[in-house]
Design a protein around this ligand. Structure first.
Ligand code: HEM
Length: 174
């Protein structure tokens, strides 16, 4: 998993719960200190998952609440700084969502063995898109909250529904 993703995740936690609680989360996950991570490195997925689950335990909140906070930070703050130009390539949420494979291939291409998430698309009707999420990381709740945040970025209204373990229905309302 690309280091940039972990860096943004740590920043979300520090911003939301403060340095002291973040340290408690790290300790509970088995780390004495914050792991040193470089944005362009390939980082073991396990670091992310250990800290994700530790956050849920220490704060006593469900995983989806954590991924929602992360999505808001990732879409509205982190990628606006680091990958600002990507958003300018698309005029609408629909065009952005339909190009997520390219966005992820492009942002992970420096890794030796990239394993970005993959997305498949099927139109249910002219304003309803089914998105199938394919990744061994199984972060479908994060896909939901990222899409929700991206809709806010493009100032669009949508209905979102998880219809299978890895399939999301997006209804564009405008
Ligand atoms: C609605 C928008 C988005 C969705 C649904 C989405 C979904 C995801 C998910 C679920 C992951 C976790 C890894 C996995 O599941 O295998 C991920 C990772 C990642 N995303 Fe996104 N993403 C979105 C937007 C973006 C944007 C705008 C960027 C950057 C321009 C980005 C760059 C990345 C990177 C670099 C990773 C780490 C991937 C790796 O190391 O394999 N994503 N994304």
């Amino acid at each position: 998993m690309k280091g940039t993703f972990l860096i943004a995740f740590f920043e979300t936690l520090k911003q939301k719960v403060g340095q002291e609680k973040f340290q408690e989360i790290l300790n509970h996950a088995g780390y004495k200190e914050e792991p040193i991570i470089f944005a362009i490195s390939d980082v073991d997925d396990e670091i992310f998952f250990k800290i994700l689950h530790s956050t849920s335990k220490v704060l006593d909140i469900p995983l989806h609440q954590i991924t929602e906070a992360f999505s808001d930070y990732w879409i509205h703050e982190y990628t606006q700084k680091v990958y600002k130009k990507v958003y300018q390539l698309y005029d609408s949420l629909k065009d952005f969502l339909l190009d997520l494979n390219w966005v992820h291939e492009m942002t992970t291409k420096n890794l030796l063995h990239p394993t970005p998430p993959k997305f498949e698309y099927q139109w249910e009707n002219d304003h309803t898109l089914l998105i199938t999420y394919k990744s061994k990381r199984n972060l479908i709740d994060m896909v939901m909250s990222h899409i929700k945040a991206a809709a806010k970025h493009y100032n669009e209204k949508i209905n979102l529904q998880k219809i299978q373990d890895n399939v999301i229905r997006v209804e564009f309302l405008k």
